[in-house]
Design a protein around this ligand. Structure first.
Ligand code: DON
Length: 304
């Protein structure tokens, strides 16, 4: 039987002293304050066991990891033309790239790049009565943790320098693919990205996708088929123009964020979260990717 505790702690102690850790995101000023030396790993096994190393209980800004959570809620609402407004193809481009959006008439390549996530945010702004409060409650419910909250400073900081996302939202609006006001949608989007969670909380939230749509409390939030689709999109689009590399190295559906978090899962087996704020050139956590590559190589646990 695999000794996950030893495997995770060995990977953590091997990698925590790496000299090259990547660069902390600075285009959102508040994120540049993060200490590059943070490093946490948390694994939630589906049999109930948990394993952790390092800063697994330190909150961080989940950023683009939130795009999977908003997508799951938009999918669950159904009947909102989601798949006519967003495609499901990898973009092969950076997460904030805009030229394809114009070439493809305002239909974002997938819901995990910024433009696609802004369309999903627009859908939630229409469907929810109180979008920010209702979405926060959804995240708290699927994670079974009422202490999760937004970091309002991070949301305000991103708004101040959010020129690229304003450009994306305005382009979407010009193509008729944004139904609410740009300001309303981006206010929601900046807050979803500013959700602050620990590796442990992220792993609990993503349990729902590893467990055929049922959360840690056994409540069905998305259907079996919806969970399958969400995992497929994570596998093909979760790491932007490094999605192929992540599938090649790690072999699991997953999602990264510029706060340095990565969550990955093997359906019916486990969810694993890493956090190390230093990013590689593509905006994914450098040490986190290495840790997950080592984990699936040493355990032989991947979808392939
Ligand atoms: O919209 C942005 O640029 C950020 N709030 C999120 C980007 C992000 O996390 C991309 N991830 N690797």
């Amino acid at each position: 039987m695999l000794d996950f505790n030893t495997i995770i702690n060995n990977i953590h102690s091997d990698l925590k002293n790496e000299v090259v850790k990547g660069v902390v995101a600075s285009y959102i000023p508040e994120l540049s304050k993060q200490d590059v030396n943070h490093f946490g790993i948390f694994m939630q096994h589906m049999d109930g066991r948990t394993f952790m190393a390092g800063d697994a209980n330190v909150p961080f800004s989940i950023q683009s990891i939130s795009k999977v959570l908003t997508l799951s809620k938009a999918i669950a609402f159904e009947d909102n033309n989601l798949w006519t407004r967003v495609d499901v193809e990898p973009s092969g481009n950076p997460f904030n790239h805009l030229s394809l959006l114009e070439l493809e008439n305002g239909i974002p390549r997938n819901p995990l790049i910024n433009a696609g996530a802004i369309v999903v945010a627009d859908i939630l702004c229409t469907q929810f009565k109180n979008p920010k409060a209702d979405f926060l409650q959804y995240v708290r419910d699927i994670s079974n943790d009422q202490s999760i909250n937004y970091n309002y400073k991070v949301a305000a900081s991103e708004k101040l320098t959010g020129y690229n996302n304003y450009a994306a939202a305005n382009l979407l609006k010009s193509f008729g693919n944004l139904h609410n006001d740009v300001e309303v949608v981006l206010d929601f989007y900046f807050h979803q990205c500013a959700l602050e969670m620990t590796c442990a909380q992220v792993a609990k939230a993503f349990y729902v996708f590893a467990n055929s749509g049922k959360c840690v409390n056994n409540k069905q939030h998305v259907t079996v088929s919806q969970a399958k689709r969400i995992n497929a999109i994570m596998l093909t689009c979760g790491f932007y123009d490094e999605s192929g590399e992540f599938a090649f190295e790690v072999g699991l559906p997953g999602k990264s964020g510029v706060g340095g978090g990565i969550v990955a899962l093997l359906p019916n087996k486990f969810v694993i979260t890493t956090w190390s704020p230093g990013l590689n050139a593509k905006g994914n956590s450098l040490i986190g990717m290495q840790a997950l590559e080592q984990f699936t190589t040493q355990t032989n646990l991947s979808i392939f």
